[in-house]
Design a protein around this ligand. Structure first.
Ligand code: 5GP
Length: 119
């Protein structure tokens, strides 16, 4: 049995969030501490702890992260101008929540690699 995470509680509605997207495999909601004008977390519904834990069975959900990122890019009208996708992995990678998630960041020039400067 995989452990419930803070993101599981957001997905099942126990913790409130600005839910932007939900389907059978992934959910997307606004990051509570945005680092860009648009900072969305796209999360697998299954609480896989990290990329290091994925198996071939997870490929549909992992692929869906990108499909939803592309949809968000179109919705925010940044699909041509650009945006950034980040997946932090493990302690040294800066991962705080042990539940696979892709950061979708957009809104103007984002600068160098990593999270944009806070504004
Ligand atoms: P990580 O560092 O694991 O890649 O990113 C975790 C992200 O989750 C952070 O950007 C943080 O702001 C966000 N976060 C943590 N707790 C909550 C929460 O309760 N609600 C929402 N919406 N975002 C959260």
């Amino acid at each position: 049995m995989t452990e419930e995470t803070i993101f599981s509680k957001i997905i099942n509605g126990t913790i409130p969030s600005t839910l932007i997207y939900h389907d059978d495999l992934v959910s997307a909601f606004a990051d509570i501490n945005p680092k860009a004008e648009h900072h969305i977390l796209i999360v697998t519904n299954k609480p896989i702890p990290s990329v290091s834990d994925v198996t071939a069975a997870d490929e549909p959900a992992l692929g869906r992260l990108f499909t939803v990122a592309a949809k968000l890019a179109r919705d925010f009208k940044v699909d041509q101008s650009g945006y950034r996708l980040i997946i932090n992995c493990g302690p040294d990678g800066g991962q705080e929540v042990p539940h696979i998630h892709m950061h979708f960041l957009a809104g103007g020039k984002l600068g160098g690699l990593g999270f944009p400067e806070k504004h």
